[in-house]
Design a binder for this molecule. Structure first.
Ligand SMILES: *[C@@H]1O[C@H](CO)[C@@H](O)[C@H](O)[C@H]1NC(C)=O
Ligand SMILES: CC(=O)N[C@H]1CO[C@H](CO)[C@@H](O)[C@@H]1O
Length: 503
């Protein structure tokens, strides 16, 4: 019977050969066409061309405001200096043509960092969204913490497990060693009346700085075939379908280290909370060259406070510079150190893709994910204006009491109003100078200035801005409502809707 079946189906191997041949030819076509060819949507993720910037007066977008400052004490740069990268060649000058085959999540590794004290609070939302298998293959995800856990099919790696004896003796490292005790006693921080952390010993955040180097070493060793290593924290969100086409503009075999520029101790580095991407080329040039890189920089790690800075410093030691240059638009927008509601929207970023948000709450993450799922990336990336329309505009009011007063470009107080010179785009100097007199006067001044999109008023102070930030209102039960006059804010969303893309 089996023999007869075989004989009758001699045609099958020939069929398989033919099918294979067609698949081969089809893929060859795909490779040849590059990202702008007519690639079937199902075959590769959407790719697109991002307009190049010719801005004359480049103002770096990144503001280094790490409000996780309880965790790390960063120094905010007063002005972001211009830096010229010495190592990564600009892709334009690359001699060999880069293959443009459509980077997919199969080509990248997501390095997700959390910590035992916040894991139960922050990670579950990501398991349902960021790490959903239809978004990225679980094999391409590495979850790092400072205590091993298993959640369903997810293994969370204790990235500090191989820490040397020397570091274990450090004062700062003690919370790591205390975790076992908390676990064995079934104890939580709350139950011992320790404020701050949700679970485990107090001060768990101190361990954060120790994690960055071991994470990157471990990821590069366990996933040597990845083209990019994308780092994110548990209070961040990364729009992978936006980021991948961006990374495609860079050769992963070259040393690239891309993210949101931060600066401390004279080192430029990618701010951790904003997320960053490290090319395989960058990994090989640094971690690949030195299996003991983590141990070699133990001393440096001990005396510095921020893990993201430590990583940036170490990469620089091996000739991998942070990719930001103030003259190159590819670096200026996208990775954000803040969330969508505490970010400034302006004409300069209005049409730029958004790669990440930081300081996200679970609710934000769920909404970003929904937006991403509903988005047709074949038509273009999710840009700042799209985030604005979906998640900011619905909360704006023409006038609202008890709303935070972020508007700051111009501030008109009674004490200085008399001599103040309005910007040239203000119709009436008198209206401008009277802005401090009342809520109505402040609103009128904003309206009289053609670029104004938001204002806020308090006592005898009117603030106005040509950029927009949602901020947040002060709820009815908030104690601030008992102790001061209401802060009144207003937006002019019609003007925002008329913003145009800037090159
Ligand atoms: C710790 O060392 C073991 C043994 O070499 C290795 O298998 C494991 O991946 C290391 N862990 C990390 C986080 O690097
Ligand atoms: C974000 C912001 O600017 N908040 C200010 C709002 O106004 C009050 C009262 O003037 C200040 O104390 C806040 O700092």
């Amino acid at each position: 019977m089996q023999h007869a079946f075989y004989k009758d189906n001699r045609i099958v191997p020939l069929g398989i050969m033919l099918v294979t041949f067609f698949i081969f030819v089809y893929h060859f076509e795909l490779d040849r066409q590059g990202p702008l060819g007519e690639i079937p949507a199902s075959a590769v993720p959407a790719t697109f061309v991002v307009e190049s910037s010719r801005q004359k007066d480049p103002v770096p977008y990144v503001e280094y405001l790490d409000t996780d400052s309880k965790e790390v004490n960063h120094v905010a740069p007063s002005a972001v200096p211009s830096i010229v990268p010495s190592s990564p060649p600009s892709p334009g000058s690359s001699s060999s043509p880069r293959p443009q085959t459509g980077l997919t999540t199969d080509d990248v590794v997501l390095m997700f960092k959390t910590g035992a004290t916040v894991l139960w609070k922050r990670v579950p939302i990501h398991l349902a969204t960021t790490l959903s298998p239809k978004r990225i293959n679980p094999d391409n995800v590495l979850l790092y913490s400072d205590y091993p856990e298993t959640i369903g099919s997810w293994e969370i790696i204790d990235v500090l497990q191989n820490t040397t004896e020397k570091v274990r003796n450090s004062e700062t490292f003690q919370p790591y060693l205390q975790q076992e005790d908390y676990e064995s006693r079934q104890n939580y921080a709350e139950s011992s009346n320790v404020p701050g952390d949700a679970a485990g010993p107090p001060g768990g955040w101190k361990l954060d700085k120790y994690k960055f180097l071991p994470i990157v070493r471990h990821a590069g060793l366990s996933k040597p075939d990845a083209k990019w290593y994308i780092f994110m924290e548990d209070d961040s969100y990364i729009f992978l379908p936006n980021l991948l086409p961006h990374l495609e503009k860079f050769d992963h075999a070259e040393p690239w280290y891309l993210g949101s520029l931060a600066w401390i101790h004279g080192d430029y580095f990618a701010h951790g909370g904003s997320g960053f991407a490290l090319s395989r080329g960058a990994w090989e040039k640094s971690f690949g060259k030195d299996p003991l890189i983590v141990e070699r920089f133990e001393e440096f790690t001990e005396v510095h406070g921020c893990g993201d800075h430590i990583l940036g410093h170490v990469l620089k030691e091996y000739g991998v510079q942070f990719g930001e240059t103030t003259g190159d638009s590819r670096f200026r927008y996208g990775f954000n150190p803040e969330s969508h509601w505490s970010t400034w929207y302006e004409q300069a970023n209005w049409c730029k893709p958004v790669y990440s948000w930081h300081h996200t709450h679970s609710k934000d993450v769920a909404r970003f994910y929904n937006l991403e799922q509903d988005w047709n990336f074949e038509k273009g990336p999710l840009r700042f204006r799209d985030i604005y329309k979906a998640l900011v505009a619905p909360y704006l009011h023409s006038r609202v009491e008890w709303w935070d007063n972020w508007s700051s470009k111009y501030e008109i107080k009674s004490s200085v109003a008399k001599d103040i010179q309005p910007p040239s785009t203000v119709k009436s100097t008198d209206v401008w100078r009277n802005a401090w007199q009342s809520v109505d006067a402040c609103e009128a001044a904003c309206t009289a200035w053609s670029e104004c999109v938001q204002w806020s008023f308090y006592e005898d102070r009117c603030k106005m801005d040509s950029m927009l930030l949602l901020g947040n209102g002060i709820p009815e039960t908030d104690s601030r409502r008992q102790t001061s006059l209401p802060w009144v804010s207003g937006w002019l969303p019609r003007r925002v809707e008329n913003w145009e893309c800037q090159e």
